[in-house]
Design a protein around this ligand. Structure first.
Ligand code: ADP
Ligand code: ASP
Ligand code: MG
Length: 451
């Protein structure tokens, strides 16, 4: 069997976590004939800190940024020192060099007080560059033949910085050239997730949480037998454990169900992860790096539906509802086209859509261009928006066969004001739009009713 193994931030957070990771990879290598590609995130919390540092630069707070960078460097030095022996000097020198460059860059940005999306990507990418270098060195010092591969020389993306999209053909060509030979050689290829580069070689990122996506992209290119997502929970759970206490493990689910859940807020999987897996029909497994003996969640094309129930519920918080009413009081011919053209022009994705005869309501989570969107809508419609809303999404293949599930879901939300309700043609999900403040309560009720 051939696999891609992705380890998230908490699975590389400190020397103990990296020791567990080494154990997990060693076990996998004892089972398989082929060496795995290992994709790692930045150490836990590092990307958040880098986001904060970019903000300090934008605010011109050069001194604060320098202090934060020093603390970040110290943390990496401590971890790298603890997990290496003979490769120690070399990896420490690499880490210091990466940070020297970063410190110079952040200083320049702080002088300019301007951080473009492209510069932000350059800052954020350092987390994955150094974490992957440290893990590669740790493998070498624990008798696992490995090679660090700069993910920016493999993952080719467009120039949509901070949310770049992969060029699969170009990436797969690079993977064949730079990754496959390492694996054929019996060595583990270690790459940073989340990061790539444009065809011109400018560093880009896939968006927050994007390491899962990187793993799936490399997995599809290498045509592996399984994409493993190692994280800090047992797998896909029936609800977000930060909102619903003690949700259950979902042992298996379909690609379609997993996509819906990830898209509507199940953070354990980046929403785009499933895409490359579907193209090559590669199973995705979510596993707990603290309990590697567990079987986790297996995501495949044709998973059997959860017996008679929903599969899981997810929620996406902090969304905005926009209500748009045709000023001509009727759905004039072409109204919907004009309306969606506005969202297209401002590159803003719409999640839930409901319509009545004279009005359309949509939800968006990206409000960066909201003012321009409203201005444009106002040229042909009345439009207003309401913030602090949320989407709850109940997912299950069973929704297609059992009409009573829908009624049960609505009944369980009795007395919680629902702003919009929709069920798409796939009938694999029901979405509710409600006040963000009602989310915990509503999630508990739904969870109690179904699980
Ligand atoms: P990693 O750093 O490993 O990528 P993330 O923090 O991105 O980990 O994702 C794992 C987290 O996702 C869990 O700790 C959990 O809090 C959250 N989460 C939200 N919804 C779900 C869900 N339905 N199932 C499992 N985890 C979920
Ligand atoms: N480190 C990046 C983030 O925190 C990518 C990832 O962890 O998947 O968003
Ligand atoms: Mg993640």
């Amino acid at each position: 069997m051939s696999v891609v193994m992705k380890f998230g931030g908490t699975s590389v957070a400190d020397p103990d976590a990296i020791a567990r990771l080494i154990g997990i990879v060693r076990q996998q290598m004892q089972r398989d004939s082929q060496a795995p590609a290992v994709v790692v995130s930045a150490l836990a919390g590092v990307t958040d800190t880098l986001v904060a540092i970019a903000q300090m630069a934008e605010d011109g707070a050069a001194d604060r940024a320098a202090t934060a960078l020093q603390a970040l460097l110290d943390r990496h030095i401590t971890v790298a020192t603890a997990v290496t022996t003979s490769s120690r000097d070399a990896v420490l020198a690499e880490v210091r060099r990466e940070f020297e460059e970063l410190i110079g860059l952040v200083h320049a940005l702080a002088v300019l007080r301007e951080v473009s999306p492209r510069s932000r990507d350059a800052v954020l990418a350092v987390g994955e560059v150094v974490s992957s270098r440290i893990v590669a060195a740790a493998f070498a010092d624990h008798a696992i033949a490995s090679a660090w591969v700069d993910a920016r020389t493999v993952l080719v993306t467009d120039a949509e910085h901070t949310a770049a999209a992969p060029d699969m053909a170009a990436t797969c060509a690079r993977a064949a050239e730079r990754l496959a030979p390492v694996l054929r050689d019996g060595r583990v290829a270690v790459l940073g997730g989340f990061i790539g580069a444009t065809p011109a070689g400018i560093t880009s990122t896939l968006g927050r949480g994007g390491s899962d996506y990187s793993a799936a992209i490399f997995g599809a290119c290498l045509d592996v037998d399984e994409i493993q997502i190692w994280t800090d929970v047992d797998g896909m759970l029936t609800a977000d454990p930060r909102i619903v206490p003690q949700p259950r493990l979902v042992p298996q689910l379909s690609f379609a169900e997993a996509s819906e859940l990830a898209y509507f807020g199940a953070k354990v999987l980046h929403p785009s992860t499933i895409l490359p897996a579907v193209t090559k029909n590669i199973p995705v497994r979510i596993l707990n790096s603290r309990r590697p003996e567990n079987t986790g969640t297996r995501i495949t094309a044709d998973a059997a539906p959860a017996n008679g129930r929903l599969t899981a519920i997810a929620c996406k918080r902090d969304v905005t509802v926009i209500d748009i009413t045709s000023t001509r009081m009727l759905m004039a011919h072409g109204f919907l086209r004009r309306l969606f053209e506005v969202f297209e022009r401002f590159k803003t994705a719409v999640d839930v859509v409901t319509t009545s005869e004279v009005s359309v309501s949509v939800t968006v989570d990206d409000t960066r261009r909201l003012d321009s969107i409203l201005d444009n809508l106002h040229t042909f419609a009345e439009a207003s928006c309401e913030r602090d809303m949320a989407i709850i999404c109940a997912v299950g293949e069973n929704l297609r066969v059992d009409a009573t599930l829908f009624a049960r879901a609505v009944t369980s939300l009795d007395r919680i004001p629902l702003r919009l309700v929709s069920q798409a043609a796939s009938r694999r999900n029901i979405t509710f739009v409600l006040r963000d403040a009602d989310v915990p309560h509503a999630m508990m009720r739904l969870h109690e009713s179904f699980f």
